[in-house]
Ligand binder design. Sequence first.
Ligand code: BES
Ligand code: ZN
Length: 484
Amino acid sequence: MTGTSTPSDATVDRLRATVEALMPGVRADLEELVRIPSVSAAAFDQSTLVTSAEKVAALLRDAGMPEVEILRASRPDGSDGAPAVVARRPAPQGAPTVLLYAHHDVQPPGDPADWASPAFEPTERDGRLYGRGTADDKAGVMTHIAALRALLPSWGAGDGVGVVVFIEGEEESGSPSFADFLHRYRDRLQADVIVVADSDNWTVDSPSLTTSLRGLVEADLEVRTLAHAVHSGMYGGVVPDAMMAMTTLLARLWDEAGDLAVPDLVAGHAADLEYPEAQARRDSGVLDGVQLVGSGSILSRMWTRPSITVTGIDAPSVATASNTLQPVVRAKLSMRLAPGQDPETAYQALRSHLLATAPFGAKVEVTLKELGKPFAGDVSGAVYDRARWALARAWDGAEVVHQGIGGSIPFIADLTSVFPEATVLVTGVEDPDTRAHGYDESLSLRVLERACRAEALLLSSLTAEDVKTDVEGTDVKGKVPGDR
Ligand code: BES
Ligand code: ZN
C-alpha cells in the first residue's frame, strides 16, 4: 500500500455498522426507483426520465449534498438529451475530488409474459431483488447514495473528499448528448478519481475491478431485391427475395468456426483467469448440446475479441406471414470491439465486408447508428491500492479479481480524454446471475450491501497523497490489460 495508511479497524467496523443500519432505507429507495419505468429508448415515454431524475435529485439532497441540479445537453441532431443529475460537494482544502457515476435509465423490459414477476415491480426471491434496473444501474445509483449517507453526516466542512455525483439518463441509448454535456458542464465534473458503478463482479463472493470494456458499432442493414412483393409459388426458385439475400449475407459475417469473417479487426488476449467452459455454459444458459462459437480462450472471446449480434430483424412475422417473396428486409447489427480498436475503422471494415459479400447482386444499404469507444485501464497506483483494500475489507477478505467485460460503457473513453489525469475505477453490483437487459434481471442483496460498504470505505480512505502518487505515475496508463 502506497500513500498514507488505511483507516483503522475501529473505523472500518464503525462504517460497517453504519452501512448495515442504512440498508433497509437503501433497499426501499432502490425499490422506488425501480418502480419508475425510466426506459431511455426513443419509443418509450420520455417523461419517466424526468420522474426518475427528480427522484434521484431528491435522494441526493436528502443525503446532504449541498448542490444538486438536473441538467440536459443537446444531441448531435439538435434534440434535447435525457435529464442527468449532478450533485456536488466542494473539496476541502487539499483534498481530492471523486466523481461518482451511475445511470438512472434502463433497457426496455421486453415481453411482460417472459418475466416471473412484473419488470417494474421489484420482488425479492432467494436473496435477490428482481426487476428491470434493480442491478443495471439503479443499484449503482443507490450504492453512491448509501456511501454518502454513511459519510456526509460525520464530515465537517474541512473533512473528507470533494464529491461530484453524475447520474446519467441515457447510457442505455449510447449517451448521445454526453459530448455536448462535457462541453457545457466540464467544470462541474472535474475530478481526480472517477468511480463508475455500472459493472460486474466475478461472483457474488468475489468482487471485481473492471479493467477493460469492449467498444461498439451499431448499424442498420437493408437488403432489397424486388420492386414489389410477388407470389412465392410463382417465382420462388428463380427470383431471390430479400429474405434469402439477407440470411445469406448475414451468414457471411462468420466463418465455419463462428469467428468473425470481417477482416482487419483488432483482437487481443484476455488475462489468464480460470473460466471453464462448463461455467460459461451455466452462466449464459446455453442449452445442452449447443456448441460455443469462435476460437481462442473463452474470456478472450468475451472480452478482447470482436463479435457481432443480429439484435433485430424487420420482416413479416410468422403469425402474419403470407406466401410471398419479400422485396425488402432490414436487420440491426450490434458489433462489439476489442480494446484498442478504433470504432470508425471497425465500422468501415464492417460496411466494406457487407457490400463486398452481398449475394445475388442484392441492393445493400448500411446505415451507421452508433459508435462507442472501448476502454482499457491500468490497475496500478495508490488509488487502485485503496480500492483493492476497500473491496477486500467490504467483501469479508475476498480476493479482488481484475476482469474485462464484454459489454460497453462508451462514455468512459470520452470522460478520460477530457480528464486524462483522473484515475478511473470501474466497479459495480452485477454478478453472473444478474441477466442485465434480459427478462428476470436481478440484484444480489448481499452484493448490494458489500458494494455500499466498499464505496463508503473507499471514500473514507482516499487522500490527496494517493491522487498525487497516481498522477506522477500516469506514464503507465493506457495500456491494454487484456494484452498483459
Ligand atoms: N452496465 C452495462 C455495461 C455492462 C455490461 C457491464 C455487461 C457489465 C456487464 C451498461 O449499462 C450497458 O449495457 N451498456 C450498453 C452500451 C450501449 C447501449 C452503448 C451495452 O453494453 O450494450
Ligand atoms: Zn448499465
